[in-house]
Structure formats: C-alpha cells, structure tokens
Design a binder for this molecule. Structure first.
Ligand code: SAM
Length: 238
C-alpha cells in the first residue's frame, strides 16, 4: 500500500527536527521539499534517494501547487518511501490541505508529522514567551500576504484590539500597509515589534523597533531570507 509522509522540517536548525522526521528522512527514497528547507537538513537524506526541490519563494519561479500534488501522487504510486518535507509546521501556511485532498483522491494513505513553526523558533531565539499571563492572553498567527496581491482581508480591528501577540508570517512585502491598518484600528504606535530573519539558522538576524518604526527599520535591513514578525507587549524586554 502506497503511503506518504507529510513532514514538518522545523525552522532550519536540524536539531529542531523531530526524532520521527529525522528517522523518516534517513530512510527516504524520494523527498519533495520546499525552498525553506536548507542543506543541513537534506544532508540526512541517503545519497541514493531522489531529492526534488518544489520550492516557492516570493517573486521567483516555483512549481505550481497542482504540479506538486501530481508529483507527490506519482512518487507515491511507485511504492517508494516518499517524504513531502515542508518548512516549519506543515499545517501553518503550508498548502497542506491541497496535498491532503490530492492524496485522498488517489486513495493514497498518508501521515502528517508536525514540526516547530517559525513563531515558536523566533520566540525561543528572543528568550521570550509567545503568550504571557496578564500581558498576552491570545496568540494570532496571521499571514501578511493575501492569496492575491496585497494585504489579506483580516478583521484588523479585532486583531488590533485583542491585546495579545501577533505572529505575522510573510509580512515583509506589505508591512507598511499592515502597520497602518493596526495603527488606524487603535494599536499603540509604541507597541514592541521584533523581526527575525532565518530564525534558528546561523544567518539569523533580529531587529527590534516600535510598531510604527518597524517598516523603516526592516527596509533598511533589506532581508533576503524569510522574516517572521512578532508584535505585542510580550516582547517588551526581549
Ligand atoms: C509559506 S510560510 C511557511 C511557514 C511554515 N510552515 C512554518 O510553520 O514556519 C513562509 C513564511 O514563514 C516564515 N518563516 C518560515 N521559516 C522561518 C524562519 N526560519 N525564520 C523566520 N521566518 C520564517 C516567514 O514569514 C516566511 O515568509
């Protein structure tokens, strides 16, 4: 019976892989991976295995989701040990649902192996907690990039007034507009904000600024890697 493993690769540091993910990678025949999965993790894959980069990075050529689903099903039907390796946790902004549907339609069994998401890795780097008693009783994980161009249509008023932590994925491109929305909906301009590029990897970079100043600070830093933005009072001492 064909079986696929949809595996979270964590934020980049190979030591942040789960034991199960590492074991599956060492035993793989085919690995289809995202662009955020770095060489240090792919080194675990046996040399004889086929490694297929189906990565997507903003503005660069990428494999269409339909083609990824097709490749996944084709690989599974060969009855080889197939790993679909996704950065962070596969269920957070990982287009996991499309791949689950493709596998179900093809009657292929699958297992999902969770991974450490970027927000957890970023908070750990800052020696901070994503939630905090009295200060951050909620954690909203949001994307700063809509399916089409521009900011997504979140309930910005609710997010601004929740008074907890905001973890913004894919937030760099439209950050000035995102900040404007939050400020317009009543969030304080002095709310602490931190951007973490390549959390957990050797090239990690951290920028602290107030919410109002973060777009300018990030523009000056000109990050080329993935950036996670944390906003909220939980980061006032980090
Ligand atoms: C398509 S989403 C995938 C998220 C992933 N599934 C996760 O759970 O972390 C890609 C975005 O995640 C964030 N991200 C992923 N890995 C990161 C890292 N090591 N450092 C900072 N941000 C990261 C960035 O915001 C990036 O643009």
């Amino acid at each position: 019976m064909a079986r696929v493993f949809l595996v979270g690769a964590g934020p980049g540091d190979p030591e942040l892989l789960t034991l199960k993910a590492a074991r599956l990678l060492r035993d793989a025949d085919v690995v289809l991976h995202d662009s955020l999965v770095g060489p240090a993790i792919l080194e675990l894959v046996p040399p004889a295995a086929e490694i297929i980069d189906v990565g997507k990075r903003c503005g660069k050529a990428s494999t269409a989701q339909a083609d990824i689903c097709r490749l996944l099903v084709e690989a599974a039907l060969t009855r080889k040990k197939v790993i679909r390796l996704k950065g962070g946790d596969p269920s957070i902004f990982g287009r996991l649902t499309e791949e689950i549907e493709a596998l179900r339609q093809a009657h292929i069994e699958f297992e999902i192996i969770p991974g450490i998401t970027a927000a957890s890795a970023a908070a750990a780097t800052l020696q901070a907690s994503l939630t905090q008693r009295h200060v951050a009783r909620t954690l909203h994980i949001i994307t700063g990039h809509g399916a089409e161009q521009g900011l997504p249509a979140h309930n910005w008023a609710a997010l601004a007034q929740a008074g907890g932590t905001l973890a913004v994925y894919m937030g760099s491109k439209y950050l000035p507009w995102l900040v404007k929305k939050l400020l317009a909906e009543g969030m304080s301009s002095e709310t602490p904000a931190v951007s973490i590029e390549w959390a957990s990897r050797p090239e990690q970079r951290i920028i602290h600024a107030s919410l109002a100043r973060m777009p300018e600070a990030l523009m000056q830093a000109a990050p080329s890697g993935p950036v996670l933005l944390l906003i909220g009072l939980a980061f006032r001492d980090s």
